[in-house]
Design a protein. Sequence first.
Length: 308
Amino acid sequence: MGSCFRALLIGIGDYTDPAISGLPCVDMDMASLAPALEAAGYLVTIHDCTKSSLNGIRAGIHSFIAGACHGDTLLIYLNGHGVHHAGNDYLVPADANISYQPFVDLCLPINWNHTIEQSHAGDVIVFIDACREGFDEQAKQLSGRIGWSTGKVGRVAGRRVAYIYACSPGQVARFVHTPDGSFSLFTRALINLIAKVDRPITLADLLQPIQSQLDELILAHSTGLQIIRPLGEGDYAELVLFPASILDDRQNLSPKDLPQRLDVDPDVWLQDLAALDKARDLIDPSVHREFQRLILSKRFGLEGKFNE
């Protein structure tokens, strides 16, 4: 089986401790992001919300990473409350109790580099839509939002790993209420951007456009500044997130259609052979083979060699 793109979505909207405010945006965020990722070529798993305890989330993420096939691109999405303490960022699970000291012992460290390194996964990106308004004031003993998104993530040998935070130190990841429901600004910006994807997109391609989408939402809803913060090492220009152009119209394409498509807009199809390989399971085998041959022929100046 060829490598592919897989996503795990984890949202924590309700907490057992009444001192930790619920997040009404989570349900809509999850319901909107999942189909957007599927349309962009991901196999999406939504984490069971009844297993949102510390151990439940830890086990879910470990299983997702450890179960990756060789070279799979993994996307992990986290939506909930987050805290920072002693140089580390944490996701607050549903069963955390704010009266417990030290509170971070009940929280999940946002760093899975060791698990990733032991897995067969290829590149990994983690989106963290956390550090919500209202929580820092309830947890005065923590560094809270002041140090948020400054945790050390380190390097993972042999692959690219990136952690993308919805906000920078001192800021909060905001959500808004509308007549149609509540949603997170960062997640909505990400969804809006995915909807426009018409070619393979790398992380380097993504960062500025998603910030622009976020800025537009901030202006429209009159909320405070929110600057996306990426953490990680490696070349973001080599981390392919969405193989969308390869997947476009995959049900309608046949090998005989491909030369014309390449001639009309060759740049779209010459982006990345790696992205084509990762999309192998989502494309008819005959179409995949013809794409590969035609891309190679174009790239090496052998335009007529593989055409009938």
